[in-house]
Design a protein around this ligand. Structure first.
Ligand code: SF4
Ligand code: SF4
Ligand code: SF4
Length: 271
């Protein structure tokens, strides 16, 4: 931990970064925090927390206000995938970010396919047998027939209290005007949420964008298996467009569409 603090101090003092995003222990709780030369004494509280927050989201907001700033941050594998997506979508230039890699949760693997956050967790307090288990595999859930899957997803969506926690925590939800607050689409400000449109709007937006960090599912107070939903839409993108979201800044979803895929209209079936 001493090395981490010393490295960040050096980065700040030498001007390598203008601000460093990490976690500061406050009353025993790791809180996302921006360290700078204005508050070097606060580095005493810098921790590499097992808790996670979307530091990339903070970086995107800082970069919008201060486009010339260089932002340092603690980074895990999923952070790098988020940064790649944000760069591809012109939200955060990679050259404005310096990452300090820390251990990827308790996972021994560097592959996000075996990220420890994908392992089964104990069911949440609001989970009953009818719903979908958190962290299930896409393939596992598709064994069930279409009707059963439909009713299980509808059950899950109906639990939503429209707190927007999933969107607010998501590192790649960066839109200034969010469709989830568009009155024509989802009756903004009204409860309960429109089911299933509220969730399907977000799911379509996550196709080719979600980097499978799992923060939305962790934030969801109703234990809705959001990660499974977005993994499903991403698996379609991956199968159809051969696009692995966030794996590289060189592969853009837009160029994939142009270069590799020819969408042939299917002939209409005779009735
Ligand atoms: S897992 Fe959830 S929070 Fe993470 S990128 Fe995907 S949608 Fe966003
Ligand atoms: S839910 Fe869709 S519109 Fe809203 S911030 Fe996320 S990507 Fe943008
Ligand atoms: S975090 Fe869960 S309960 Fe809140 S809006 Fe998202 S899906 Fe609904």
């Amino acid at each position: 931990m001493k090395d981490l603090k010393q490295t960040v101090k050096q980065w700040l003092e030498t001007g390598k970064v203008d601000i460093f995003l990490g976690y500061r222990l406050v009353d025993g709780h790791p809180i996302p925090h921006g360290f700078s030369t204005d508050n070097l004494e606060e580095l005493a509280g810098l921790v590499n927390s097992d808790s996670r927050y979307s530091l990339e989201k903070l970086a995107t907001k800082i970069s919008r206000r201060h486009p010339d700033s260089v932002i340092g941050m603690l980074a895990r594998d999923c952070t790098q995938r988020a940064l790649n997506v944000l760069a591809i979508w012109n939200q955060l230039p990679l050259e404005n970010v310096k990452t300090l890699t820390v251990n990827c949760c308790p996972s021994p693997s560097k592959s996000h396919a075996s990220c420890s956050y994908l392992e089964p967790e104990k069911p949440g307090a609001n989970k009953i047998k009818f719903g979908l288990p958190l962290n299930s595999d896409v393939e596992e859930t598709e064994v069930a027939g279409q009707d059963e899957r439909f009713s299980r997803w509808m059950y899950e969506f109906q639990k939503c209290i429209k707190c927007y926690g999933c969107r607010n925590i998501c590192p790649v939800c960066f839109c200034k005007d969010c469709s989830l607050e568009n009155t024509d689409l989802v009756h903004s400000g009204r409860l309960p949420p429109d089911v299933p449109i509220f969730h399907l709007v977000r799911a379509t937006h996550m196709a080719g964008r979600c980097i499978d960090c799992g923060l939305c599912e962790e934030a969801c107070p109703m234990d809705i298996p959001l990660r499974l939903l977005y993994r499903k839409v991403n698996s379609i993108v991956s199968n159809v467009f051969d696009y692995d979201t966030g794996s590289s800044v060189d592969q853009s979803p837009f160029s994939v569409l142009g270069d590799k895929v020819t969408l042939e209209p299917k002939p209409l079936e005779k009735v």
